[in-house]
Ligand binder design. Sequence first.
Ligand code: TA6
Length: 300
Amino acid sequence: MTLQDLNNRFGVRGQLEFMENPDGLIVVDIENPLASAKLALQGAHLLSWRPRSTSLPVVWLSESAQVLSGKPPHSGAPVCWPWFGAHDDPACPAHGFARNLLWDVVAAESEADGASQLTLHLPAAAVSAAQWPYPSELELTLRIGSTLRMTLATTNCGSESFLLGEALHTYFQVSDVEQVIVHGLEGGEYLDKVENFARKRQSGALAFNGETDRVYVDTEAECVIEDAGLRRRIRIAKSGSRTTVVWNPWQEKGAKMADVGEGWRRMLCVESANAAHNRVMVAPGETHVMAVEYGAEPMQ
Ligand code: TA6
């Protein structure tokens, strides 16, 4: 669909507009009474979200992020699907291929309270052309309002069950990662990717003083990022997800990523996922749904 077709069919005057970025990729610009947001059709990649109640974005967009074909930026909320992390076959991209493909828009509307709802679809033909032998399709629905809701629905259209790995790999904007605390994972078991997937247990709330890359398993808990520097709390609620991943590359690794650089201090990924032994078996004809809801509130 051309830019004009997209705007004619799905644009919402003064609220939701499709635009072309300098590389010819289409980005949706949303400005509604409750929030502003940007999303690239490439990867159905939400790039940023800011509810009107807060002056700084909640979902972080790196200053140097560029949406380029086939290269998802380290920003926003990449969709990792149908596997999380590295694949055994080095020819298969890390975090799956959904974030590298162009998605279709199937619906966009403005709701009574002023929120915008947008639905994107990755058809079975696009999925089977990638490295995935199971006929399946994927839909992402976003509700962009004073909270942000994202619902990722995987349908098995084939005759064999498959094991699904997935994540909404969201980058949250923080004042300084050394000044934040994450609540909700206390006592939980995690795989420490910084120490070759060593199995460990979380003691107390999570604070940051070095590279952090942890896969917390068997948790459906809501997480809260308490940001003393911004005096705000970000709430991360989820359903259909039993894994939470927490990642910050820290200085050395951040510097190696052109679109992170010095930005490593101002971001923290808290990802709602199904990974490791929490991957989900999806039977033929079945739809598996994973959903998140993010909100931000001032700290008293
Ligand atoms: O979710 C954490 C993680 O898997 C890290 O290990 C880190 O590599 C990060 O994702 C970013 O991955 P990417 O493929 O986007 O560079």
